[in-house]
Design a protein around this ligand. Structure first.
Ligand SMILES: NC(=[NH2+])NCCC[C@H](N)C(=O)O
Ligand SMILES: [Mn+2]
Ligand SMILES: [Mn+2]
Length: 317
């Protein structure tokens, strides 16, 4: 059990929403993340913390994975149709659960699903603020992306950045995230064009440099001071496991050296829990096919589960 009081979820009901989807990036295997995380006992672990849980599979019956291709379309991006359809299904499930008072825990899958989770949570409560824990900024737009991989773009879509470059089928996405409502922690691999956007929109970005300089505890306080100064708004925690150093979390698609230690990574989730303001959670980019050994896979899946447990109240007395 945990003693954290969740202001927006006093009844402690959580819905685990699986997003077995890899279309936001070229590598196969990240669609198996949810299955591995659930097989590791994630739901039971959350129940043990005092949550009532249900699991939903909104992508069941779709065949997005079979439609994946590595071609850029006329907008300079890949797999637009399946990423868009996947996000529509997730948007609906996340919003419905949030409106029912359930805390959505979306398990990826690649980070392109952040388009749905972030915009749904802002639709549910426009005061929501976002903490994006990641080695990457994921704020490319179709106009500026070099890779064309949509897991590098979710935040531009929900902020409406370079919106003239979006394909018409993505016009349903609410552009409801304001620059003052998001902060990054863990950045260390940001594209040049993304750096310009972070500057232009004045988005608080705490890189590994800041974490070494100030310590992770201070960095979280600074990030919350920017997006939630009176500690009153719900927090959407979007956690890309590649924020943590690849020595602890090797089985992920875009590894970048020099990341968070395992304890720093979990501390982020614990500190958000401690605020009592957690509104929703994503855990993304676990790719069980990219471990070189079974231990790599176990470590990575274990870390993903631990992030969820910490965010939902474990280890605080
Ligand atoms: N969710 C992630 N792991 N994103 C990695 C993005 C890498 C690079 N910035 C790109 O746009 O392709
Ligand atoms: Mn990343
Ligand atoms: Mn990411």
């Amino acid at each position: 059990m945990s003693d954290v009081q969740y202001k927006f979820h006093p009844n402690k009901r959580a819905t685990i929403i699986t997003a077995p989807f890899s279309g936001g990036q070229p590598k196969g295997g990240v669609e198996l993340g949810p299955e591995y995380i659930l097989k590791a006992g994630f739901e039971k672990q959350i129940k043990n913390l005092g949550w009532t849980t249900t699991v939903e599979h909104p992508l069941e019956g779709t065949n997005f994975e079979l439609k994946k291709s590595n071609e850029k379309d006329e907008y300079g991006i890949k797999n637009t149709v399946i990423v868009n359809e996947c996000n529509k299904l997730l948007f609906d499930r996340v919003l419905t659960n949030a409106n029912l008072g359930n805390l959505p825990v979306t398990i990826g899958g690649d980070h392109s699903i952040g388009t749905a989770t972030v915009s749904a949570m802002l639709e549910h409560n426009p005061d929501t603020c976002v903490l994006w824990i990641d080695a990457h900024a994921d704020i490319n737009s179709p106009k500026i992306t070099e890779s064309g991989n949509l897991h590098g773009c979710p935040l531009s879509f929900v902020m409406g950045i370079d919106s003239e470059s979006y394909p018409p089928i993505m016009q349903w996405i609410p552009q409801n995230l304001k620059p003052g409502k998001i902060a990054y922690i863990g950045l260390r691999d940001v594209d040049d064009a993304e750096k310009k956007i972070l500057k232009q929109y004045n988005i608080p970005a705490f890189s590994m440099f800041h974490i070494d300089k100030y310590g992770i505890g201070k960095v979280i306080e600074m990030a919350l001071d920017k997006v939630n100064p009176n500690r009153e708004y719900p927090i959407h925690l979007s956690y890309d496991v590649d924020a943590i150093d690849p020595s602890f979390v090797p089985a992920t698609g875009t590894r970048v050296e020099g990341g968070l230690s395992m304890r720093e990574g979990l501390f982020v989730a614990e500190a958000v829990a401690e605020t009592g303001l957690l509104g929703s959670l994503d855990i993304v980019e676990t790719n069980p096919m990219l471990g070189e050994t079974d231990a790599h896979v176990l470590d990575t899946v274990g870390a993903a589960c631990a992030i969820g447990r910490c965010a939902l109240g474990q280890t605080l007395l």
